[in-house]
Design a binder for this molecule. Structure first.
Ligand SMILES: Nc1nc2c(ncn2[C@@H]2O[C@H](COP(=O)(O)OP(=O)(O)OP(=O)(O)O)[C@@H](O)[C@H]2O)c(=O)[nH]1
Ligand SMILES: [Mg+2]
Length: 376
């Protein structure tokens, strides 16, 4: 593996430089903001450091690929990167392959390959993309008959009749009706480690690959070590632009730069619901003015703690509920309890770590099936 470190003013610029040096398959190992240097540093805008790597076989293949095809692929990559940096509407970006149904399959294949390569090269990175176990998704949620449900948004597995006892639980399914204008900005909030970034990545991948929408990503999580690289890796894999915002003002500018994107997913920093941590997010959410604010809670958290967390995050005005890690518990009654107590409509169920597959639309049938199946 060859590793290279790059310093630049923005993450996007650094990524472009890395790709130039290491090729299209460069993987992002680490990103951090550099502290200002010396007294004059106070007056300079912050720079970022990005560490990238590439498998040696990729490099060995490079000379052979110095054909016209290789050269044009590289030129295309550069054009795309340049266009992305400018938030351009140039022909290259405007005619994004994601829009053409014929090339969407190829794009999906390319993303799957990049995910696989990423897993192979960086097995220890904190990504929500662990390899599928043999037999695929063995730990995934199953329906009442013990069948794995799959994660297909379009065809949720038919469950048994809705269980009695779901009274008071709301579902956000209506929002996915074709007639309803799709959200343009989607934010994710919730306690630490609940699965915000992973859920964001799953939904971003679907929006791009299944719906052919032009996707942008923004993170304001510049606090946790590894948070930016985690999302940067997904941005790289999906080939979508990522903006990093440290302040509400930066977020406003970042959203402006992503104005050509049909949907922008906004990741936030995980906050303990206790103490004043959630308050710090208020100005960001105000600037984000997201159509959808997903409160992400894990099914493995005690219901009382989830309900307390939801009360604390209420000041960020979430309007959707995502319950993750349903695959990690057999007691799904907590989902009902939490959904009922918060009054938020259930939107998605996270059923594993795999991006983008392990996400299911939350429906009454599905929840009824989970409960009827004794948690399987
Ligand atoms: N089993 C399982 N694991 C999940 C699911 N969703 C997320 N995870 C895992 O949970 C861990 C935390 O996920 P993240 O997406 O980083 O959580 P986060 O809320 O963004 O975390 P912070 O940004 O640190 O607050 C990762 O290891 C994910 O792979 C799920 O539905 N099932
Ligand atoms: Mg996160």
């Amino acid at each position: 593996m060859r590793i290279k470190r790059v310093e630049a003013d923005t993450v996007a610029e650094a990524l472009r430089e890395l790709r130039r040096e290491l090729g299209e398959h460069a993987l992002i190992l680490h990103t951090r903001q550099l502290p200002p240097r010396g007294v004059t540093g106070w007056f300079r805008s912050a720079r970022v450091e990005v560490l990238g790597a590439v498998d040696e076989p990729e490099l060995l293949r490079a000379p052979a690929a110095r054909s016209d095809a290789g050269a044009s692929a590289f030129a295309r990559m550069q054009q795309e990167a340049a266009a992305r940096l400018q938030g351009a509407t140039s022909a290259g970006v405007g005619a994004e392959p994601a829009r053409a149904p014929a090339s969407r399959e190829a794009q999906r294949q390319a993303v799957a390959e990049r995910l696989a390569r990423f897993r192979a090269v960086t097995p220890t990175l904190p990504l929500g993309t662990t390899p599928a176990p043999a037999g695929r998704r063995d730990g995934a949620v199953r329906d009442a008959g013990g069948r794995p449900t799959g994660g297909d948004t379009a065809t949720p597995a038919p469950g048994p009749p809705v269980e009695a006892g779901l009274g008071g639980v709301r579902f956000a399914g209506d929002a996915r009706d074709p007639g309803v204008r799709p959200a343009r900005r989607v934010a994710f909030v919730g306690p630490t480690g609940a699965g915000k970034t992973t859920t964001l990545a799953k939904l971003a991948a679907r929006a791009q690959l299944d719906e052919g929408r032009r996707v942008g990503l923004v993170t304001i999580d510049t606090y946790r070590i590894g948070a930016v690289p985690q999302l940067a890796a997904y941005a790289e894999i999906l080939r979508v632009p990522l903006e990093v915002a440290h302040t509400a003002e930066e977020l406003a500018r970042a959203l402006g730069r992503l104005a050509d994107r049909e949907v922008v997913f906004i990741d936030t920093i995980g906050r303990s619901p206790l103490g004043g941590g959630v308050d710090a997010l208020v100005p960001f959410l105000a600037v984000a003015s997201a159509d959808e604010v997903h409160l992400v809670l894990a099914a493995t958290t005690r219901p009382a703690d989830s309900i307390r967390a939801a009360a604390s995050f209420a000041r960020l005005a979430p309007n959707r509920l995502v319950i993750t890690k349903l695959d990690e518990t057999e007691d799904h009654s907590a989902v009902v309890e939490v959904a009922r107590a918060t009054g938020l409509p259930l939107a998605w169920f996270g059923v594993g770590q795999e991006v983008p597959d392990d996400l299911e639309p939350a429906t009454a049938e599905r929840l009824g099936g989970l409960l009827a199946g004794g948690g399987r």
